[in-house]
Design a protein around this ligand. Structure first.
Ligand code: TA6
Length: 286
């Protein structure tokens, strides 16, 4: 028998494999893994799931989890020149066991506070002292705030993404607005301009440089709003069939029910945080 601890009236912590918080309050049900401070699931009562989680996701801590909201930090994509090549894609925060600092129930939902500090392993990848905090509010909206605090003596520079995998009914049912016009097409390396609403008909890996604060994903009758703050870009990604087939942790047809819409900090010079200062950015799924 695996022990499950009751933390609050609406939150339990189970230890069956990875430590997992299950939140079930008057608004919604959610699961958050302490591995990666990774929101795996979020579903308002009486509604379809908002987040997509791969049916082949690996949940033993041996690799990042496919689906939910991975935290990419302190870099996005391949490690940049300032960090040195060959380090884990999307940084190391999603590969670490985080500390649960607190959980509390409120009228507007259940608030979870998680943190990660530098340690010997992190300093071999990235030589900075830091405290990274994730605040998650599970209510009638799902809200995430990621705060980077510089606890060292020299400035640190970071990139990041709240790499949200949205659940969709089918790609052909989806249109996305609020992305702004200029984007980098990472598949071709070209800068392009978005014309009208985005439709999803092929593999896509784009960095939208001037997004609105709110991105709307229309999926048939359903609208999901992704409201971001203090980011510099929104990433839209789907691997499509070929990409899905190439991934061991995604079913071949998994691409048909997911679309990543990510609040991100992708500017090449990142965000520089001086000693004793902090920087936060956020996403809210409505
Ligand atoms: O956010 C899009 C992206 O950077 C893509 O380039 C794609 O590779 C994806 O993230 C997934 O990355 P992962 O390392 O989780 O397989």
């Amino acid at each position: 028998m695996t022990p499950t601890r009751t933390l609050t009236a609406h939150c339990t912590l189970s230890q069956d494999g990875l430590p997992l918080l299950t939140i079930d309050n008057e608004h919604a049900r959610a699961e958050i893994s302490l591995f990666g401070a990774h929101v795996l699931r979020y579903q308002r009562h009486g509604e379809p799931a908002s987040l997509w989680l791969s049916d082949k996701a690996i949940l033993d801590g041996s690799k990042p989890i496919r689906g939910g909201i991975p935290l990419c930090w302190p870099w996005f994509g391949p490690s940049p020149a300032r960090v040195g090549s060959g380090k884990p894609a999307h940084g190391f925060a999603r590969n670490c066991l985080w500390t649960l600092d607190g959980v509390s129930d409120h009228g507007d939902g259940t608030l979870v506070h998680l943190s990660l500090r530098d340690n010997d392993a992190s300093r071999t990848l990235w030589p900075h002292a830091f405290e990274l905090e994730l605040d998650v509010l599970v209510g009638k909206e799902l809200s995430l705030v990621l705060t980077t605090r510089n606890t060292g003596k020299s400035a640190l520079t970071y990139n990041a993404a709240l790499h949200t995998y949205l659940q969709i009914s089918a790609p052909e049912a989806v249109t996305v607005t609020g992305l702004g016009e200029p984007y980098l097409d990472k598949l071709t390396g070209r800068n392009e301009l978005q014309q009208g609403a985005l439709t999803v008909t092929a593999a896509m890996d784009r960095i939208y440089r001037q997004p609105d604060a709110m991105v709307s994903v229309q999926d048939g009758e359903r609208t999901t709003r992704v409201v971001n703050g203090n980011h510099d870009s929104v990433v839209v990604w789907t691997p499509w069939q070929e990409g899905a087939s190439a991934m061991a942790d995604m079913s071949d047809n998994g691409y048909r029910t997911m679309l990543c819409v990510e609040a991100a900090i992708t500017a090449e010079d990142g965000i520089t945080v001086p000693p004793d200062e902090e920087h936060s950015f956020s996403t809210v799924i409505i």
